[in-house]
Design a protein around this ligand. Structure first.
Ligand code: KG4
Ligand code: ZN
Length: 365
């Protein structure tokens, strides 16, 4: 049996729709699935939020409501399929900024009511966490490190609906810290690529910065103190030199990046040690950082574990991952009805204590 699923994503600041097809789903085992992304449309909202220094939930929700149907039309057209060719509609039902999630869920319900197609609500984090199965067809279990502007957690993935949270940030997400550091140093947004470029000319040892929570056991992380340490280093340099010299700025960026890389690497080493798996996968915009990626790869190497980073377009927010997670749930027999509700919080691991306050992109559970 072939499954063709439309995915809809609107939980943050990307309006996205995609069509993913899984051929002969019934005959394949987990490791051999061969899904194809027939289309993946992502319309970002950077320009709408740029002046505010962060995502404004009301603006995001309105933009999603205006653009979602166009994104869906475009995704269907690019995939060369009509609504009649679909087997189901998968939609992000949380966690995320509630206005945006509601816009997506309402559209999905509308299409479902109009066509009779089954509806599958998807957890946004499950979309990220299951992406390595879409891109590389890997089997369970594996360790997923999600690192972006809104997410930061280690998940042991044992099935399409079976996630164990091994740890995560207790305050900022690392991408958020990169963005704030860029702001403190007068660099453009998004901060990650700007700080990485600046760090290339700096000495990571010139300005000592803390490695938060490394002295404590476990896999939880903290990045907000690091940001405060950067602020202090900047102010000291300005007081000493009468301004922020380019060389000092590069040193601060290099030092900050090295601290984030070291914390992520050490916590990953611990996660692999406490919960051995054959594959370490990463997702999220921060996984684009070469220093961080190299540090994680080295940890995987020394643990004898395969390192896997999906292509960047599938690491960051997109709807192909939602369509795929929808296919995974659909194959388990999961169906939602008109009672499907949008959830601002939706922890993947119901057994773990809820994490509050993680990220400028809204609470991510
Ligand atoms: O996954 P993403 O596109 O969106 C969500 O947060 O959901 O991640 C964006 C984040 C931003 O905070 C950005 O500064 C960070 O990823 N980022 C990077 C790099 N490229 C993007 N951080 C560090 N180094 C990079 N090269
Ligand atoms: Zn995301």
């Amino acid at each position: 049996m072939t499954l063709t699923v439309l995915g809809i994503e609107s939980s943050c600041d990307d309006t996205a729709a995609a069509v993913v097809r899984l051929d002969d789903a019934a005959g394949r085992d987990d490791g051999g699935a061969a899904p194809r992304i027939l289309s993946s449309v992502v319309a970002g909202q950077e320009t709408l939020h740029a002046a505010f220094g962060g995502v404004v939930p009301e603006i995001a929700a309105r933009a999603h409501a205006e653009r979602l149907d166009l994104a869906v039309e475009q995704a269907l057209a690019e995939a060369r399929v009509g609504l009649g060719d679909l087997d189901a509609i998968a939609v992000t039902a949380g966690p995320g900024l509630i206005g945006g999630v509601m816009a997506g869920v309402m559209l999905a319900k509308g299409i479902s009511a109009g066509t009779g197609l089954p509806l599958v609500g998807v957890n946004h984090l499950a979309g990220h966490a299951l992406t390595p199965r879409l891109t590389d067809g890997i089997g369970f279990p594996y360790l997923m490190l999600l690192v972006s502007g809104g997410h930061c957690q280690f998940l042991r993935v044992e099935g399409p609906e079976d996630f164990t949270r091994l740890g995560g940030t207790i305050d900022d997400a690392p991408g958020e810290a990169f963005d704030k550091v860029a702001k403190l140093l007068g660099l453009p947004q998004p901060g990650g690529p700007a700080v990485e470029a600046e760090a290339a000319a700096g000495d990571p040892r010139a300005i000592p910065l803390p490695r938060p929570l490394l002295d404590r056991p476990g896999c939880d992380m903290s990045f907000s103190g690091l940001k405060t340490a950067v602020l202090r280093a900047r102010d000291e340099a300005v007081a000493r030199d009468g301004g922020l010299r380019a060389g000092v700025r590069a040193d601060i960026c290099a030092g900050f990046q090295a601290a984030v890389a070291e914390v992520l690497a050490e916590k990953t080493r611990r996660a692999l040690a406490t919960s051995p798996v054959p594959v370490l996968a990463v997702a999220g915009g921060v996984a684009a950082n070469r220093t961080i990626r190299a540090a994680l790869e080295a940890v995987a190497d020394s643990a004898g574990v395969r390192f896997l980073a999906p292509p960047l377009a599938l690491c960051t927010d997109n709807a192909a991952m939602i369509a795929w997670a929808g296919i995974e749930r659909f194959r388990l027999g999961h169906r939602d009805g008109m009672e499907l509700s949008a959830r601002p919080r939706w922890p993947l691991d119901g057994r773990a204590a809820p994490m509050l306050g993680a990220g400028k992109r809204g609470a991510k559970a």
